[in-house]
Design a protein around this ligand. Structure first.
Ligand code: KG4
Ligand code: ZN
Length: 350
């Protein structure tokens, strides 16, 4: 089966073609157009995002089709998968409306795909072994979820953030440190030069007393850490030492956040006897996080699979991949397919 994927949930307009069956699916093309305009505002402006998707969706899709060796009309496609939740509704609607129109024109089925289920599938396009059963850590600008994936479509949510998402914490701390938006990769780069002993922030929501069954055993929280960094920034400012302290502050923040994510992911892998750990979402680009999780799961024989950057951040290949699996299960969306700001991942249980 050859599936065209379309993603427009936030500030990336993306289209991709994947083909194959079962766990043997390859990516034939992937085009991602990032909307740089939001940088000026330090965050995504929904109305601007929708308008930019509208301008880009046709050329981006045509490019993905041509890159896959297909005519720009889409002839040769067997189905279309489109992100329909969660995300900015006005942005999602651009993709959903376009996918439905194209599906009707080409007379191929359309399937609405869940953005977070897409992130779960993304790494399998890079690593043939990144398939269930595995422990999943999804860390993006909007979401932070620790899950057990017994099989595709069988998801158990173990923990999530009680306040800010991991990427949001990176972006907010980056702002405190005067770095550009989105700040995750800037913090990572700055932290490389930072002395890890200068600012030792406590890893959030992590203590030895936590036991399986406790709410806080898997749950995460990052706003307290952000406040701790803010206090340290103010103190450094008062000493007139902020410029010198920036790498140390970035390092201290990143180390604390990674300590929590690594330990909680290792707990989940141990509890379910999983030897594979799959990372997803924009923050999964962070090499220190990849290394931290790998170290934490190594003692129980775990291997970490992280997607290449273009598959870690929002992209349509993961949507096409998740949609292909749903189509293989016989699922189809009707003309009533709609966009939703929030929606549970299908097959998710607590
Ligand atoms: O998955 P994504 O592209 O979009 C959402 O669905 O939110 O994730 C974007 C997030 C941003 O918060 C960005 O700062 C973060 O991923 N990010 C990183 C790195 N690269 C991107 N965070 C930490 N280290 C990185 N290298
Ligand atoms: Zn995402």
């Amino acid at each position: 089966m050859r599936v065209l994927g379309i993603e427009s949930s936030c500030d990336e307009t993306s289209a991709a073609v994947v083909s194959g069956a079962g766990d043997r699916v390859t990516m034939d093309s992937l085009v991602i157009l990032s909307q740089d305009v939001h940088r000026i505002f330090g965050g995504v402006v929904p109305e601007i995002a929708s308008r930019a998707h509208l301008t880009a969706i046709v050329p981006v899709t045509r490019q993905a089709l041509v890159d896959a060796g297909l005519p720009p009309s889409g002839a040769g496609i067997d189905a279309i998968a489109v992100t329909h939740a969660p995300g900015l509704v006005g942005a999602l609607l651009v993709g959903v409306a376009y996918a439905k129109a194209l599906g009707a024109t080409l007379q191929v089925p359309v399937i609405g795909a869940h953005h977070m289920e897409g992130h779960l599938f993304a790494t399998s396009l890079d690593h043939a072994d990144a398939v269930p059963p595995f422990t999943a850590l999804l860390v993006s600008g909007g979401h932070t979820m620790l899950m057990d994936v017994a099989a595709w479509g069988e998801y158990r949510l173990l923990g999530s953030t009680r306040d800010d998402a991991a990427g949001e914490a990176f972006d907010k701390v980056a702002k405190l440190l005067g770095l550009p938006y989105p700040g995750g990769r800037h913090i990572e780069a700055l932290a490389l030069q930072g002395d890890p002993t200068r600012h030792r922030f406590a890893p959030p929501m992590l203590n030895r007393g936590q036991k399986p069954g406790d709410d806080d055993y898997y749950d995460l929280s990052f706003s307290g850490l952000k406040t701790a960094v803010l206090r340290a920034v103010r103190a450094a400012e008062a000493r007139g030492a902020l410029a010198d302290e920036l790498p140390q502050l970035a390092r201290g923040f990143q180390d604390a956040l990674i300590a929590t994510l690594s330990e909680k992911t290792a707990r989940a892998a141990r509890a379910f006897g999983r030897t594979r750990v799959v990372l997803g979402g924009g923050v999964a680009c962070n090499r220190a996080l990849q290394d931290g999780v790998q170290r934490a799961v190594a003692s129980s024989g775990g291997t970490v699979f992280a997607p290449a950057p273009k598959l870690a951040t929002d992209n349509a290949a993961m949507i096409a991949r998740a949609g292909l699996w749903r189509l293989e299960q016989g699922e189809r969306s009707g003309p009533e397919l709609n966009a939703y700001a929030s929606l549970a991942i299908p097959g998710l249980r607590d």
